[in-house]
Design a protein around this ligand. Sequence first.
Ligand code: PRX
Length: 656
Amino acid sequence: MSSIDSVLKENRLFPPSDDFRVKANVSGMEGYNALCEQANNDYEGFWGDLARELITWKKPFGKVLDSSNAPFFKWFEDGVLNVSYNCLDRHLETRGNKVAIIFEADDGTVTKVTYRELHQRVCQFANGLKSLDVQKGDRVVIYMPHGIEAVVAMQASARIGAIHSVVFGGFSAGALRDRIADAAAKVVITANESVRGGKAVPLKAVTDEALGLGGCDSIEKVVVYQRTSNKCELWDDARDLWWHNLVKGQASECEPEWMSAEDPLFILYTSGSTGKPKGIQHSSGGYLLGTLVSMKWVFDYKETDVYWCTADVGWITGHSYVCYGPLGIGATQVVFEGVPTYPDAGRFWQMIEKHGVTTFYTAPTAIRSLIKLGGDLPKQYNLSSLRLLGTVGEPINPEAWIWYHEVVGGGRCPIVDTWWQTETGANMIAPLPGAVATKPGSCTLPLPGIIADVVDEAGAPVEPGKGGFLVVKKPWPSMVRTIWNDPDRFKKTYFPDDFNGKLYLAGDSAHFDENGYIWIMGRIDDVLNVSGHRLGTMEIESALVANPLVAEAAVVGKPHEIKGEAVVAFVVLKANRPEGEKATQIAKELREWVAHEIGKIAQPDEIRFGDNLPKTRSGKIMRRLLRVIAKGEEVTQDTSTLENPAILDQLRHSAL
Ligand code: PRX
């Protein structure tokens, strides 16, 4: 693990330039420390003041935090607001003609919408949803290409108080079905096709397939946005309707549904350590506050910025830093439909130049792949508009950090390495760029008001340099409220009895260095981080064993130069262990099977067939041995408890 070794040895410090510091929203360590002190002295007062400053309330809240039913915390509960009002209406007077979204399609076509136009489109679509009898509290599944309409659909749901559940357009019919069924959604909003990297994906056909799999009786309507001129294969007149027909003639004003701050804004499914994805439920008021505070502090938002977060709205990053944070704060942002490598690996840099991007937020995996495909390409573009860079989703190795800093940022842009999760709603640990000196590979210090720590099994803080569990010791406004339909799982997963139910367990291991900076080491559960996407090993295993050929499967991760982690599947077939051509053929079939069951992102990079799996005498699969084999290393651990030691040798030589 050379990248981890170099992460551990990294010690260079990059303080903000004087120029950046002086102009920053939080300036210098004095500024950072003053905020932390305020939070320490009066935690609720601190968050209450921010909520009053950054959110426009229809009716102000009286109480900041209600811990009476912990860990089901409530923030600003008697406050009344509408999130879409905060993202649109409140800007109309001062920013009505400001561009809200600069949309660049896969083929390079650019469309700009102002706040006034976006407001109108959201209102019309919201009225359209109402005409389909979508009401406050109903669930709406959004399975759309990344683009203006996806944002409109999310904002329109928020406007009428419906709870959206966005499903990433790369997920398969099976994954879509599971999410629709768990949320008992009333409507699916999709498109005939999505287009990425010059290739079309038939989203409507996948939706048809998902609905045909059963368990989706709650669905009354499917709204279809026409992204391309290609026809839909199937069309059910009673169920399906075109987006353009739905909005035709709808009024361009729609009174927002006034919501309690605790009313759910959305559910977003994410992987955990069991086979079933968890519906992470977020609130309206606290969630919005988390996105706004981080826009101001971490992204140092300025009215003149052109902000660009490259994440798809299908992930939490796209929720918080495309749909809600930038619009909530009134920013002009770029939304890009395509992929960083199409038509070539200069696409991001070309777009930064073209749109004058000031703030650029992407994933380490994208940076690593762009270094590999064209490390010199940024030099061909004028990137002088950039003033701040960010990363999210996985640890960044110092080599990639330095390249990002030097070649993309011209050595002048601070890099905010932001640690957070679907569950945390917004950035949690990240440098405030005008205050905290950065270190390549470390997400540095918690945001003021976020009480993060690294503890041992007993919940006691560990000393610097020692690994432990990353925890958050106090509730924070944008935290997950519950797991949809499964409050017990919420409690057990995030506030386990091991820590007396008092600490939020993030599921990551971490350590402090001698400066008190936090370094994320990786997940402590069976969750993989492949190209910044979170995948449960159990989910992939369940998909594999659902194949009629497969008797047993175990999935582990192994380090990967570009993706961070790669998926390795150990498979035992019902028939004899295949060899040669046959093995290659079945491995291909199984990869396609997983793509069909979950999505391409979950396809195993490597499949190893065995007669069996290494198990203890009590029948438990020894995953730590599988991890060693997956890495291609010698097994040096104690294997005396292993029932079938010979299997190790067979698996070592079976990579496909
Ligand atoms: O392991 C951590 C990793 O991504 C996990 C959360 O994944 P997800 O809910 O999909 O959200 C990703 C985008 C916020 C975390 O438990 N992770 C996220 N950011 C970082 C990170 N690991 C290291 N450094 C980060 N900056």
